[in-house]
Write a protein that binds this ligand. Structure first.
Ligand SMILES: Cc1ncc(COP(=O)(O)O)c(C=O)c1O
Ligand SMILES: N[C@@H](CCOP(=O)(O)O)C(=O)O
Length: 466
């Protein structure tokens, strides 16, 4: 399998090189040249497999001969061995039609662990075959940061620089990053929003002054390997609910469009998915784009679901590429227009292609709080604000009552204790696996929302590429 850029002019790479490269050199995102397909019989044969085996089976076609099946299975077994639930991503039934897919049983309590625990091992594996040092530069609205830091802290040949918007992540999220004191971990609080941080990260990949000296790598979902690992839990959930004989719908709390794009890929691979519901908070660029075709950026509004306070959704580009006929040069032109005007209109092909599988919904603060309360009172489940936005969308999307709807529970409620307590009167306690988070020393630097300041800081602290 080789990987091509959504903007049509970067060289094609194999899986190992695409994983280390992160973003393509033309500013595009890597996607597999074709979607691997499973037949109905092949999907039926996956029923009952333990998670690590299922993960190996689903990911092998993407990995190609960069890892043998035996080696990939060793890595998935190691990655998912750190999860606190044997099922890794268990399903919980809420009522006759609705389920939660709990994705927060990893070390840092959010769905990001599912991909990043594996990605840390993939970096180690592929860097071990070269003399390269990797300088990871990432942006986080709260959850990617801690999951990535946990995955690479203390690993040889990797430095990580993680940018978060100062004051816009929860105290638990911040401490999960800043209390990791390994020498290869650098936390940077910047003035501005997640979008500002993400823009600086992307700019660094195309800054020759940086890329000449450092091998810049990505842990955000711009890195294809992140999405690949997230495809697996769509299969895991659907297989438990009757796939391939029965269709399932998924409601996905969405910000950077990575998680829900993984669901789209699962559908391309043959998993029978009825609908993918894109659930946003009031930062609703995706809801507007999918419902009206207008993808225009507005100012980010801070909410009680801060990890979704995003107005430029990196992975939407992957969808536009795929449903728009895979014309990289045309998409590059369209994206250049967006980058200069902060607005773009989807083409008819892009709108129709997206509408075939995606529905969208937006939840405001009241609707989010009501969903947290409903889950608590009616089902006894304490859910986090991001999951609540997904649940609100699941309950209002008008899916045929005969079709099971799975809401992705993307974070543990204890990461957002204030909002959850306000909605339910219950203050969720931190699971034992995060330990004495509030007694640990914090280490971070604060920088202005200025690219030059961040690039200088990285250049001063990173190891040269060889
Ligand atoms: C808890 C939580 N839910 C949902 C999302 C949205 O996921 P995505 O960015 O993949 O759309 C994020 C962050 O991205 C998150 O941290
Ligand atoms: N919500 C994310 C934002 C970054 O998204 P990613 O999936 O592209 O890494 C976060 O918590 O940091």
């Amino acid at each position: 399998m080789d990987y091509i850029s959504t903007r049509g002019s970067a060289p094609a790479l194999d899986f190992a090189d695409a994983t280390l490269a992160g973003l393509a050199s033309d500013g595009g995102l890597y996607v597999p040249r074709t979607w691997p397909k499973f037949s109905e019989a092949e999907i039926a044969a996956m029923v009952g497999l333990p998670y690590a085996q299922l993960a190996q089976r689903i990911m092998q076609p993407f990995v190609g001969d960069c890892l043998t099946p035996e080696r990939l299975l060793e890595l998935t077994t190691q990655a998912y061995g750190r999860f606190a639930h044997q099922a890794v991503t268990p399903l919980v039934q809420l009522d006759q039609q609705h389920w939660l897919l709990e994705l927060f049983h990893g070390p840092t309590l959010a769905f990001k662990d599912v991909a990043l625990q594996l990605l840390g091992l993939l970096f180690e594996e592929f860097l071990g075959r070269s003399d390269r040092n990797l300088t990871i530069v990432g942006a986080t609205s709260g959850d990617t940061g801690s999951a990535a830091i946990d995955a690479v802290a203390g690993r040889a040949k990797v430095d990580i620089f993680m940018l978060h918007p100062r004051g816009r992540v929860s105290d638990v999220q911040r401490r999960q990053m800043t209390t990791v004191l390994a020498p290869n971990v650098h936390n940077i609080a910047i003035e501005g929003s997640f979008d500002d941080a993400q823009a600086m990260v992307k700019r660094m990949f195309n800054d020759a002054a940086m890329t000449d000296r450092f091998a810049i790598g990505a842990v955000n979902s711009i890195n294809w390997a992140r999405l690949m690992a997230q495809i697996v839990y769509y299969f895991a959930a659907a297989l438990q609910l009757g796939a391939p004989a029965r269709k399932v719908a998924f409601s996905v709390p969405t910000g950077n469009f990575g998680d829900v794009f993984a669901g789209y890929v699962a559908a391309q691979m043959g998993l029978p998915i009825e609908r993918l519901i894109v659930a946003t908070n009031v930062n609703d660029i995706l809801h507007r784009a999918l419902s009206t075709g207008d993808y225009s950026q507005s100012t980010v509004t801070p909410t009680a679901a801060p990890s979704m306070d995003i107005q430029v959704s990196s992975n939407f580009e992957r969808l536009l590429f795929d449903v728009g006929g895979r014309d990289g040069l045309a998409l590059a032109e369209q994206m250049r227009g967006f980058e200069s005007t902060r607005a773009m209109q989807l083409t008819n092909a892009q709108r129709e292609g997206a509408a075939a599988l995606f529905t969208s919904a937006r939840a405001d603060a009241d609707e989010m709080m009501k969903a947290i309360r409903w889950a608590h009172v009616e089902t006894g489940q304490v859910i986090d604000p991001h999951t609540a936005i997904g649940l609100h969308a699941a309950q209002t999307a008008g899916i045929d009552p005969a079709v099971p709807v799975v809401t992705l529970a993307t974070a543990h409620a204890a990461k957002f204790r204030d909002a959850v307590e306000q909605a339910t009167g219950v203050r969720p306690s931190l699971p034992l696996r995060v330990g004495d988070l509030f007694d640990r020393e914090e280490r971070l630097v604060q920088l202005p929302g200025d690219y030059a300041a961040v690039a200088d800081y990285v250049a001063e602290h990173a190891s040269p590429k060889v």
